[in-house]
Ligand binder design. Structure first.
Ligand SMILES: Nc1ncnc2c1ncn2[C@@H]1O[C@H](COP(=O)(O)OP(=O)(O)OP(=O)(O)O)[C@@H](O)[C@H]1O
Length: 258
């Protein structure tokens, strides 16, 4: 369980990224955060694995206030939180397998990881996870030989190999075309349901949010301005969150290719 209690974040230049956030996210939920560019979605998500550090309040993750975490505690927290980025963050010149097995780094002694001494069990786990996202045939390809959608699937396999209890995805489909975006979102949703991994995704397309979210949190100017089940969200809700009428470019459209 994740609880934000009066959490605010002021960046060093004085910009207020988060303003007095109070919210609870329960185990196993699939939450989508929506809001215009600059609303604070990334800041919210990155606070949870302390890529950014809120400047006041309490941020409880499974009973601990992670805002006081340093060193070993922080490494332990990050080991259990998988992160998916818009830009995939793969090591481009490395093979798919090497990228995926890197998910085990948090569990491997430093000296072993330097020499790539991963156990057979770790290799098997990496392979199984590549199979889950249907990309095992690319095992020996270099990451930069793959399409954007394939690279994002590899990054999902890497995160699964980390065996996280929580998955954060910061605009995971922002660089993909509509069919590929649906495919990636379907994998994320499937993993959330099958493995009961709490999943928090930032998205800016409202049709995607409505299709895949169980719960939608709307942000504007660093504040939470909406929180409710996806089933009760309408175009009007988004207009309230965005503070303007909905435009064509707020919708991704399309469907997954079979
Ligand atoms: N490192 C930083 N230093 C100063 N201000 C920042 C920093 N990172 C973000 N901000 C500011 O904080 C606010 C929230 O940004 P954030 O990136 O969280 O929004 P977002 O909703 O994720 O937007 P986007 O979809 O464009 O990434 C914005 O005003 C942004 O300019």
């Amino acid at each position: 369980m994740i609880t934000f209690e009066n959490v605010s974040l002021v960046y060093p230049n004085g910009t207020q990224g988060l303003k007095d956030i109070n919210i609870q996210i329960n185990e196993g939920e699939f939450v989508v955060i929506v809001g215009l560019s600059g609303a604070g979605k990334s800041t919210f998500i990155r606070s949870i694995n302390r890529l950014v550090t809120p400047t006041s309040g309490k941020l409880m993750v499974n009973g601990d206030n992670i805002l006081s975490f340093k060193g070993k505690e922080l490494r332990h927290l990050r080991k259990k939180i998988g992160m998916i980025f818009q830009s995939y963050n793969l090591v481009k010149r490395s093979t798919v397998m090497k990228n995926v097995i890197a998910g085990r780094l948090g569990y491997t002694d430093t000296w072993k990881s330097i020499f790539h001494l991963f156990s057979e069990k770790d290799r098997q786990l990496a392979y199984e996870n590549l199979k889950r996202v249907n990309i095992e045939s690319k095992l020996y390809s270099r990451a930069d030989e793959l399409s954007g959608g394939q690279q994002q699937r590899v990054s999902i396999a890497r995160v699964l190999t980390q065996q996280p209890t929580l998955l954060l995805a910061d605009e995971p489909v922002a660089s993909l075309d509509p069919p590929t975006s649906h495919q990636v979102m379907k994998y994320l949703k499937q993993i959330n349901k099958e493995d009961n991994i709490t999943t928090i995704v930032n998205l800016h397309f409202i049709d995607m949010a409505m299709e895949y979210a169980d719960r939608i949190i709307g942000m504007r100017d660093g504040e939470i301005v909406y929180d409710g089940p996806a089933s009760s969200v309408s175009e009007k809700t988004f207009e309230e969150i965005y503070g303007r009428s909905i435009r064509e470019d707020d919708i991704i459209g399309g469907e997954e290719h079979e």
